[in-house]
Design a protein around this ligand. Structure first.
Ligand SMILES: [Zn+2]
Length: 298
């Protein structure tokens, strides 16, 4: 969504290798040696993606339970180091959470490893936005269409590919200034309020949009609110979302490489000017796509 107030231009450092924070969470002895749990993140606050690592002396299978959700660890290049990605949702209460890792070694030895994760709150700004009336006063045909599209999206997001389809770090899908931050409270036409579940990158119409990482295209089409949209499944419940394009050039079902052009910027759907709305959804939770730029995947 293009708005009059622009936030600062994307920092060049972010386009290179941004520095993330590391935290050792817990070290736990097991019958087969010491297991170490650690994390990497930009910030431990609402709206961020966090990577949790598990280093084990023997092969294991493991799940992380946090705030009512379970995440399955996957191997990180070798079978003794594992990771999960978690998204700290906008609605996640800022407090210290009791997380548990359920571990089972290849010899069948089980152990639960508890640790604490302190999630901070964040202040998100509010913005007033004027859009065409058809996006706030919905005609019956539009409501029917939106309902249908909601069903399609629900089905797409319900299919989580267990393996990791990405290829190294995430990249920005295009360069440009950020005209809309993640998590903003938006009031449309002085009425309907919603949270901004992605970031807006301002760019002239027709600019190439690139896949931020490798994965499978699970949607390429025109949606009522998000216009011409592409959704890429990166595995382990993570999807990147690209909206308001003038044109999409990838078909549903194909695999795209990181950096491959998937379409061009436009202003289709509920939009006030050419830009890319870039979103990230992980385990049914939207997170700030800029936060994943800080995480290593190598
Ligand atoms: Zn947006």
């Amino acid at each position: 969504m293009k708005t009059s107030a622009s936030l600062p231009i994307i920092c060049l450092l972010l386009l290179l290798y941004p520095v993330c924070l590391n935290a050792a969470l817990v070290t736990s002895p097991t019958d087969e040696g010491e297991v170490t749990i650690s994390s990497k993140y930009r910030s431990l606050c609402q709206g961020e993606v966090v990577k949790i690592y598990l280093q084990s002396p023997v092969p294991v299978s493991a799940t992380l339970s946090l705030d009512g959700k379970d995440y399955t660890f996957i191997s990180d290049r070798n079978n003794l180091k594992y990771f999960v990605l978690i998204a700290l949702g906008l609605d996640m209460k800022p407090e210290t959470y009791n997380a548990v890792i359920h571990l089972e070694s290849s010899r069948g030895v089980k152990k639960d490893i508890p640790f604490k994760l302190a999630v901070s709150g964040k202040t998100f700004p509010s913005k007033k936005i004027k859009v065409a009336g058809r996006f706030t006063s919905l005609a019956p045909a539009a409501m029917e269409r939106i309902k249908n599209e909601k069903g399609i999206l629900g089905h797409i997001y319900s299919i989580s590919t267990p393996g990791w389809l990405g290829d190294g770090r995430f990249i920005m899908p295009l360069s440009g200034s950020i005209s809309g931050a993640f998590g903003e409270r938006r009031v449309f036409n002085r009425g309907f309020m919603s949270r901004h579940r992605g970031i807006d990158i301002r760019s002239p119409k027709g600019t190439s949009i690139r896949a931020s990482n490798s994965g499978k295209v699970v949607l390429s089409g025109d949606l009522y609110f998000s216009g011409n949209t592409v959704i890429i499944n990166h595995g382990i419940g993570l999807f990147s979302i690209y909206c308001h394009m003038s044109k999409t050039i990838v078909r549903k079902g194909v695999f795209v490489d990181k950096g491959e052009v998937i379409g061009y910027t436009g202003s289709t759907g509920r939009s006030t000017g050419p830009h890319l709305h870039w979103g990230l959804r992980l385990a049914d939770t939207y997170a700030d796509p800029l936060s994943i730029m800080y995480l290593p995947f190598d």
